[in-house]
Design a protein around this ligand. Structure first.
Ligand SMILES: Nc1ncnc2c1ncn2[C@@H]1O[C@H](COP(=O)(O)OP(=O)(O)OP(=O)(O)O)[C@@H](O)[C@H]1O
Ligand SMILES: [Mg+2]
Length: 455
């Protein structure tokens, strides 16, 4: 049952309101602001009926302290007809409505019921939204497909431990985002998250990047430098593209992981490093091990918790959700842009192959938001590669469903390819013909047949 708090200094008013709501709600009463505050410390009513003029502190005082609360209950002010001005003042300070005394019983009852219903609905929306969020996102990760749900479970399960994690997945599948989620959900969340891109530097530099060096350790080492292992102490070290490390560095990394100790280049004393390591690669590391490019012992040392991120094409049911997520982000960023995505544009996105995975989708949406002019993101706003793939698919579909004859479809296909080649060649027919590997004469004939104008 919903609960209403009546605050009024007149016992008669408190009693009649208690009688009025009997059976519909629980009623708590207070004869002063102080008493109301005591009650509010113990419990939160769904609605407050508040008298403004009372001996001691006034109702406005209570409104002021409620305004400090998170999600305070709505307040309806009770006021004598002659003080309607104060009621208006109370509304300015956050009261949702007012009722003049002496009140009309039925009007009051309806008002209260409506407010209580609205509050219940708001609660429901908040609860449902939280539930959906909980299931469809984790950290910065969005997804509701079975592989993503499984991934979320794995992340929740392992975040608290300090087990080494190896993330494998194609470029753009979200490896870095997963590494961050593992860190953010773990016990080391308030400690540093340090990312090192192992592919970005040659061997000797990556060594000093990871382990640091003492002054004079090598020609260019003018000063002492603290490595990323030490920077990450207490937190997480993200070794991105670990498959690119040279064999020499692999040996040193293995030692650091096994001993939980490192040595700065040119240093003599080992340094304890308590660091959780999350490594990532888009290579097939097992193949690299078989080929002798990656140390087997290091592979086993980092592959304690293996996580394989699915390519976007393997979880097409996430595409729409991701696209909407990126649309909202791009819109918030640019402070403009379409509010929704056209149905056929979604269909094109859902069909496309996504060799660049989520990153490619993110870029496609960002580009489309920059181009789109109306309230709707249209298929024409998408990158040409996606539009083209979609056109060819549609063509294939029309043949399969018998809407289009085979010859007509081939003709459309030919026409699309020619228009495209010409536009890529800026209208230069010689270059377009070369590209299509036909003679210029053959191109000209086809342009005539399809009514394609020379530009
Ligand atoms: N599930 C997801 N939800 C929301 N955004 C995602 C998701 N997966 C990836 N992204 C976004 O896509 C982009 C690429 O992700 P990320 O950098 O983590 O990929 P990666 O696997 O590390 O790629 P690479 O191997 O190329 O480094 C980022 O901007 C990231 O925020
Ligand atoms: Mg990455």
């Amino acid at each position: 049952m919903p609960c209403v708090l009546v605050v009024d200094d007149e016992p008669g008013v408190r009693e009649s309101l208690r009688m009025l709501f009997k059976g519909d709600c629980e009623v708590a009463t207070a004869g002063s602001v102080e008493e109301a505050e005591r009650i509010l410390q113990e419990s939160t009513p769904d609605l407050i009926l508040l008298d403004l003029v009372m001996p001691g502190r006034s109702g406005l005082d209570l409104l002021a302290s409620l305004a400090e609360e998170v999600d305070p209950p709505p307040v309806v002010v009770l006021t004598a007809t002659k003080t309607v001005n104060t009621a208006v003042e109370a509304m300015k300070r956050g009261a949702v409505d007012y009722i003049t005394k002496p009140f009309e019983v039925e009007a009051l009852r309806i008002k209260v019921r409506k407010l209580l219903e609205r509050r219940e609905l708001e609660r429901e929306v908040v609860r449902l939204r939280a539930e959906v969020d909980e299931r469809e996102r984790l950290g910065g990760l969005v997804g509701a497909s079975p592989p993503m749900r499984e991934l979320f479970q794995t992340i929740r399960r392992i975040a608290a431990s300090r087990a080494t994690v190896l993330l494998q997945g194609e470029s753009g599948t979200g490896k870095e985002l997963v590494a961050r989620a593992i860190h953010d959900l773990g016990q080391r969340a308030d400690q540093p998250f340090v990312a090192v891109n192992c592919a970005a530097l040659p061997d000797q530099l990556i060594e000093s990047e990871l382990f640091g060096h003492e002054r004079g350790a090598f020609t260019d080492a003018r000063d002492r430098r603290i490595g990323k292992f030490e920077t990450a102490v207490g937190g997480t070290l993200f070794l991105d593209e670990i498959g690119e490390l040279g064999i020499g560095v692999q040996a040193k990394l293995l030692r650091a992981l096994q001993e939980k100790q490192i040595e700065r280049l040119g240093g003599s004393a080992p340094i304890e490093v308590d660091v959780r390591v999350v490594a990532a690669t888009n290579r097939d590391l097992e193949a690299d091990v078989a080929a002798g490019r990656f140390r087997a012992d290091l592979f086993y040392r980092v592959n304690v918790v293996p996580i394989v991120l699915p390519a976007l094409a393997e979880r097409r049911e996430d595409i729409r959700r991701l696209a909407e997520h990126f649309l909202a982000a791009a819109r918030a960023d640019a402070n403009r842009g379409p509010a929704r995505i056209a149905r056929d544009a979604i269909a094109a996105l859902e069909r496309y192959a996504w060799p660049g995975n989520v990153r490619e989708l993110e870029n496609a949406i960002a580009r489309a938001v920059a181009l789109a002019e109306g309230e709707v993101l249209e298929i024409a706003d998408l990158p040409p590669a996606i539009v083209r793939a979609s056109e060819l698919e549609t063509l294939g579909d029309s043949v399969r469903t018998g809407q289009l004859g085979f010859e007509t479809a081939l003709g459309n296909f030919e026409k699309t390819l020619i228009v495209e080649a010409l536009s890529r060649a800026d209208g230069n027919q010689t270059r377009a013909a070369e590209q299509l590997q036909i003679t210029r004469r053959a191109l000209k004939l086809k342009m005539d047949r399809y009514g394609i104008a020379a530009s």
